[in-house]
Structures are given as C-alpha cells and as structure tokens.
Design a protein around this ligand. Structure first.
Ligand code: HEC
Length: 245
C-alpha cells in the first residue's frame, strides 16, 4: 500500500526534478557542423558529464561559440577552429576543459569519418600571429593607421576628434605591457575579425555573417609599417615626464 503510494508520488514528479537539468547552448558554424565531428563529440561528452548540449543557430544566444575567434582547439576542414565562452555558464566551462584536456583532444583527433583523421592539433597560438617586426616604414605606418583605423580609434593628437569615444586610443593601447601582441594580432581580436581582410592571412568571411561595415583591407607590409609606427610612439610617452621637469 505505502509502496504503491510512493511510486505514484514519484510518477507525479516532473522528470527535470529527478535528473539535474543541465543544458549548454553551443553555436558552431555550418562548415564545422558539416564535418559531423559534433555528432561524434557531443554524445561522448554528454554521456560522461550528464550535460546536455543544445545547438543554437544564433551565436548571440550561445554559452559557447566555436568558430574563428578565441582559443585555438584543432585544425581541419580548411581552418583552425577556436572557441570562445560567451557566458560564465559552468557547463560551458566544463566543456571547454574537456575539449582542451586529454580526453576531448584525443576524441577530436580520433574522428575519422572516411578512415582518415579529419583534424589535427592546432599549432601553437603564437605561430598564427604574424611574425612581429618593428623595422617597417613608420611613416607609411602612420598614414596606414590614419587611413584604416582612425574611423574608430584616435591614432594621434590630430585624429582625436571624430573617433568613437568608447574605443581605446592607440596611445592607451600602446601603454599596455603587451601592446605588441595586441597590435600584431589585432585582426584576430574582436571586433576586427568581422571586417578586416589581410591578404594571405585572414580567412574569408563566414557567408552567414557578412561584415557589419565595408571590409578594411591591409597588406602584410602595411601591418609591419603600422607596428613600426606604434612601436615608435613609445619615445613620445617616455619623453613626456622629462619635458615637465
Ligand atoms: C569599426 C571600428 C574599428 C576599426 C576600423 C578598428 N578598430 Fe581596433 N578596436 C575597435 C574596438 C571597438 C576595440 C575595443 C575592443 C574591446 O574593447 O574589446 C578595438 C581594439 C583594438 C585593439 C586592442 C585589442 C585587444 O583586444 O587588446 C587593437 C590593437 C586595435 N583595435 C587595433 C586596430 C588597428 C591597427 C586598426 C586599423 C587597421 C583598427 N584597430 C581598426 C574597433 C575598431
């Protein structure tokens, strides 16, 4: 009698109250979905962790975004795949740990739909940023910066007006200890991947996400020149306190 009551009570409970209700929202571009690797990967992760992964078609609504930005994971199907965590969802963090850990990496590398592994380890992050050189043409670099960056960044004193106030100025960015890495790889850092084209370096834009502004093109020589210009800005910064004495 009491036993039957208990069973009836259990049946009345919503399923979600019994199993912990955990869902991670993942966005991946079509080019990655098409490889089938997610169908291979996600059930394995879910089985291990009881975390359900829901695929969303809008990157804005995702906890984790796979694509061209963020931490490099693996390489294959024509590009390096990266991930960014868009929320502080603990399940997304767990998936990130799993993907970058031994088990997750081995799972990706073992995916061989046609008998041949489709993915390899992504090369070390540094190799993807272009070699930094400061011996470019700083004068050209100044012109390039004014031409291509000024619409959002204050590049120099003269361009302070008319830029977007919330965007950091070149002077502020130059004062950061890792300014060189930021500038050398700026095209990988948001918001630039959405609109920058560097011939031979950047991937073509995702057709599903057309650039929000007219794309800005830059050559590798111009990138070197821009770095030389920004590098030389230091002299001015260091000089200032002495002038005041
Ligand atoms: C359409 C506007 C826009 C243009 C054009 C633009 N930037 Fe930016 N840039 C931004 C914004 C916004 C940020 C701040 C991003 C943030 O705070 O996360 C930024 C940040 C940066 C940073 C710091 C990145 C980081 O995460 O540390 C660098 C370096 C940079 N830009 C370089 C450049 C250079 C060089 C150019 C010209 C070739 C350029 N930007 C053109 C909008 C722009």
């Amino acid at each position: 009698m009491t036993r039957r009551l208990l069973i009836m009570l259990l049946l009345c409970l919503p399923m979600g109250a019994l199993a912990e209700d955990r869902v991670l929202r993942l966005y991946a571009p079509e080019a990655l979905v098409e490889t089938g690797v997610l169908d291979y990967l996600l059930p394995r992760f879910s089985l291990k962790t009881q975390v359900k992964v829901e695929r969303v078609s809008d990157a804005e609504a995702a906890d984790m975004v796979l694509g061209g930005d963020g931490r490099a994971l693996f390489e294959g199907a024509g590009q390096v795949w990266r991930m960014t965590l868009a929320t502080d969802d603990p399940d997304a963090a767990r998936f990130a740990d799993w993907l970058t850990g031994d088990v997750g990496r081995r799972t990706v590398l073992s995916y061989a739909p046609d008998g041949e592994p489709l993915f390899t380890e992504a090369k070390v992050e540094k190799a993807e940023a272009v070699e930094v050189s400061f011996d470019g043409d700083a004068v050209l670099g100044h012109a390039v910066s004014r031409d291509k960056c000024r619409r959002c960044h204050a590049v120099d004193e003269a361009s302070r007006m008319g830029t977007i106030g919330s965007t950091p100025s070149f002077g502020i960015l130059r004062s950061l200890p890792d300014w060189d890495q930021r500038f050398a790889a700026f095209y990988l850092l948001n918001p630039h991947p959405a609109f920058m084209i560097i011939a031979g370096v950047t991937e073509p834009f995702d057709e599903a996400r057309p650039p929000p502004i007219v794309p800005i093109e830059m050559s590798l020589d111009e990138l070197d020149a821009m770095l030389a210009y920004v590098s030389a800005m230091q002299a001015k910064d260091l000089g200032a306190p002495i002038q005041h004495q």
